[in-house]
Write a new protein. Structure first.
Length: 561
């Protein structure tokens, strides 16, 4: 696998896998390899694969690109092991050769190197020795020790101890081969081959040779590997070159393998992760059935260790994601008002709670000229991080246009136009803007596809307001013309603006709270308007009980004392 490995700066040891033919490296999120470093240019350097040869071209960056301490201007070659310096970040370019070398084990399916992908037969009548051991079911395997049990037991203990202390797959597999060579003293070569992606190619991830001349031609047969993986059986072939089970393909006979044992790596869910293969050319020390049992036992231990390593790596990723979400949640709450506005003759109540750590509901208080103030409540279609990002962008547009455009309907039109220009993949926002002029006691309401607010008067009567003037949600039509609803606010009037997290709250029977119940609670005459917001919130929570919150919840109330 071609990759860039971080040596210094950023996260040492981190690898950027390079798949495809062309990769742009830079600070921009649109790059294939993103380096979050201020000194790195937005599009810093480009790396290309030209028929197996790799080249680097600096894209006119401010601080330049260096390969092995030589500055790159244009189209400079880069090879396996070369070091590339980008500002303060040093990378190693890793490109194992396609053939030869310890990691160049596999070619393309159907090539002479790997043999044909099909054509295997069940006829093994001319095989010198053939044995299989089913390892696909837990508990279906017993271990047997061969010639020198003391040495084997010692090596098995070493393997068990080593695997138990290791939580990195890259460390597990080389150690595993080292220990296997202590058990199988006749082994010439050993391989571990895995398939990182379910539909991806087989990838050699570790190899070992006893003699230097074997390292120069470290190739394997894909035919045997696939048979072990598909059947989930450990395989012993005492003379692979004569074994009709593997079709006598050139991929086997060309290697002159005389004896091999191959065991699949099966995870806890029964999936085949890959195989371990050991082979020898020594006719006097062919592998036996007992050796096959030992390798199958080692493969079982290795599979458990790999499972644990994968879970450990996943746990680390989840912890990092959790930290990011916690920071995002803190940032989102920082965008919300820290307190209600202080306006003589008016009182306020607000509540916000995301269904996840961050959400798409939003509210704001915007102080305007001539002592006016605006109350804003919005709801992005969707939940989670993407909705929170859209709402953060929208909040700045709302503040800008309400401050710049005195006509609330025209301001909503400008907010819609600014949002629509970005083409957010069918995302839209429902939003209500309520502008109050304390001097004239006038309420101006503009509704973009949101549920109508509820107005309670001093007698406890409740009505929806602005519903007939409601327009389309933000982001549907970029030049939509919005209408404004106006009404005088008299003492005792109380306006409640809410998102569907309140009206569609569910209990354990999956009953909806509903608009009618919300109106009934708002109209409760025994509750003073100063306490009405908290009363509504308490009633919704009592209704939902322990049933988990399924949507973001946001409510803002304001009224004249």
């Amino acid at each position: 696998m071609t990759c860039l490995r971080v040596i210094r700066g950023g996260e040492p040891g981190k690898e950027f896998d390079l798949e495809g033919r062309r990769w742009v490296i830079g600070r921009s999120p649109e790059c294939d390899v993103v380096l979050d470093v201020a000194a790195v240019s937005r599009r810093h350097v480009i790396l290309t694969d030209e028929n197996g040869q790799f080249f680097v071209q600096d894209l006119g960056s401010r601080n330049g690109t260096y390969i092995n301490n030589q500055r790159v201007d244009e189209h400079a070659p880069i090879r396996d092991g070369d070091q590339m310096l980008i500002c303060d970040m040093l990378f190693e370019f890793c490109n194992p050769p396609a053939e030869g070398g310890l990691l160049g084990l596999l070619g393309q399916a159907g090539s002479p190197l790997l043999g044909p992908p099909g054509g295997d037969t069940d006829d093994a009548s001319t095989s010198t020795i053939m044995a299989t051991l089913d390892v696909g079911q837990a508990g279906a395997m017993s271990w047997k020790l061969s010639a020198k049990p003391e040495a084997q037991i010692e090596a098995m203990i070493e393997i068990s101890t080593s695997l138990g202390k290791t939580l990195s797959v890259k460390e597990i597999l080389p150690r595993l081969l080292d220990s296997l060579f202590k058990i199988f003293v006749q082994a010439d070569r050993g391989f571990v081959i895995t398939r990182p992606k379910p539909d991806g190619p087989l990838v050699p991830v570790a190899s070992k040779a006893r003699r230097p001349d074997d390292e120069e031609n470290m190739r394997i047969s894909k035919t045997i590997v696939q048979q072990a993986m598909e059947s989930k059986k450990a395989i012993l072939s005492a003379d692979a070159s004569a074994d009709e089970r593997f079709n006598m393909a050139e991929s086997i006979t060309d290697f002159q393998i005389r004896s091999l044992i191959c065991a699949p790596l099966i995870d806890s869910e029964g999936n085949c992760l890959g195989v371990i293969q050991i082979d020898t050319r020594n006719q006097l020390s062919r592998f036996t059935d007992q050796d096959l049992h030992v390798l199958a036992g080692v493969a079982s231990q290795a599979s458990i260790a790999m499972d644990n390593a994968h879970m450990h790596e996943e746990a680390i990723k989840q912890r990092a994601l959790q930290r990011d979400l916690e920071v995002a949640s803190q940032m989102q709450h920082a965008l919300l008002p820290s307190a209600s506005p202080e306006v003589p003759g008016y009182h306020f109540f607000e509540f916000y709670e995301a269904a996840q750590q961050v959400g798409g509901d939003y509210y704001d208080y915007v102080m305007l000229s001539e002592d006016r103030f605006a109350v804003v409540v919005g709801d992005v279609a969707g939940k989670g991080v993407s909705a929170a990002i859209l709402m953060a962008k929208l909040s700045s547009d709302v503040r800008f246009w309400l401050a710049r455009e005195p006509d609330a309907a025209k301001a909503m039109g400008q907010i819609n136009a600014a949002f629509s220009r970005h083409e957010w993949d069918d995302r839209f926002v429902t939003i209500v803007v309520a502008v109050v002029d304390p001097n004239s006691k006038k309420l101006t309401l503009v509704n973009a596809g949101h549920m109508p607010p509820m107005l309670r008067n001093a007698e406890g009567e409740v009505q929806e307001i602005g519903g007939e003037q409601a327009g389309l949600p933000i982001g549907v039509i970029d030049d939509y013309q919005y209408e404004a609803y106006q009404q005088e606010l008299v003492p005792g009037d109380f306006v409640t603006i809410f998102t569907d997290g309140f009206s569609e709250a569910m209990n354990s029977a999956r009953d909806l709270y509903g608009i009618e119940r919300l109106a009934e609670v708002i109209g409760c005459k025994q509750i003073e308007t100063q306490d009405l917001g908290k009363h509504v919130l308490d009633d919704v929570r009592k209704f939902a009980g322990d049933f988990p919150q399924s949507d973001d919840m946001c409510m803002v109330c304001f009224g004249r004392t």
